[in-house]
Design a protein around this ligand. Sequence first.
Ligand SMILES: Cc1cc2nc3c(=O)[nH]c(=O)nc-3n(C[C@H](O)[C@H](O)[C@H](O)COP(=O)(O)OP(=O)(O)OC[C@H]3O[C@@H](n4cnc5c(N)ncnc54)[C@H](O)[C@@H]3O)c2cc1C
Ligand code: FES
Length: 271
Amino acid sequence: MSPPSLSPGPGGPRRVRIAERREVAPGHVELLVEDAALARSARAGQFAHVLTPGTLRRPISFSRVDGDRLGLLFRVVGAGTAWLAERRPGEVLDLLAPLGRGFVPPPPGTPLCLVGGGIGIPPLYFAWQQYGHDRPVTVILGARSAAQVVMEDDFRAAGVPVTVTTEDGTRGEAGRVTGPLARWLAREPRGVVWACGPTGMLAAVAAQVPDPRRAWLALEQRMGCGVGACLACVVPGGAGGPPWLRVCSDGPVFRADAVRLAGVEDRDAPA
Ligand SMILES: Cc1cc2nc3c(=O)[nH]c(=O)nc-3n(C[C@H](O)[C@H](O)[C@H](O)COP(=O)(O)OP(=O)(O)OC[C@H]3O[C@@H](n4cnc5c(N)ncnc54)[C@H](O)[C@@H]3O)c2cc1C
Ligand code: FES
């Protein structure tokens, strides 16, 4: 049974019990947390702002839904994620969730290509779970090296066509996601692309899709409040829109023409 939420409202604070912990790859942990109301209301592309002691909250996307449980899959990069990786089943996390705006599904039947780079992959598995059943979905996963490819087995177990690229050629095709994406776009000129990963990868994907209305990008920016108040996460807006956008509350998912990625800080993550 899920513990009661402090506030069941969307984006409200919640105390959630960790039901399961998995080490999914070297330096990558997935925690499954229990909260039936959150599992029902969270949308793919939204995130949880997780309280970690001694730091600001840390934003982590939802990686999957499994009954009353939601997944938070993260790479250990610093103090906050290191603390999170030490948590064990039965312990309780303090979340603000669900936050942000998620992916907007295209009409049923529209071919959809999910492009994930490194730790940008997890929200795309959740996206497939929520929106993959009434449209043909193809997945392209990119990482620096085989050890950073996550959730490939989950997609394959679900029967989703997956192409993996690694920059060092240790798994799948040697190179970047742009190679298989170009082939998919040639086959599916009216398809829609959803991408999540480092800013450089998102810019490359946006440049490849001929119609920017057919590309949606999930951005990762350093965050403070997570709810639109502090402006720590702003990025420049695209032509004709607001000059600045808050990744936490206007996004993190944006249509490609709504944001300008030039000059946006890139995470040290693989494309
Ligand atoms: C909307 C959103 C969703 C996210 N979802 C996930 C997810 O599903 N899985 C996951 O592993 N990570 C995700 N992240 C990134 C995650 O929030 C950071 O890795 C985490 O906050 C790092 O905290 P830390 O205390 O461990 O490291 P810190 O000590 O804060 O940082 C360690 C290093 O990483 C760099 N860094 C950390 N976070 C960012 C960032 N957001 N942008 C640029 N550089 C950064 C720092 O500059 C530093 O070099 C997401 C970020 C956002 C904004
Ligand atoms: S993190 Fe405070 S406005 Fe986005």
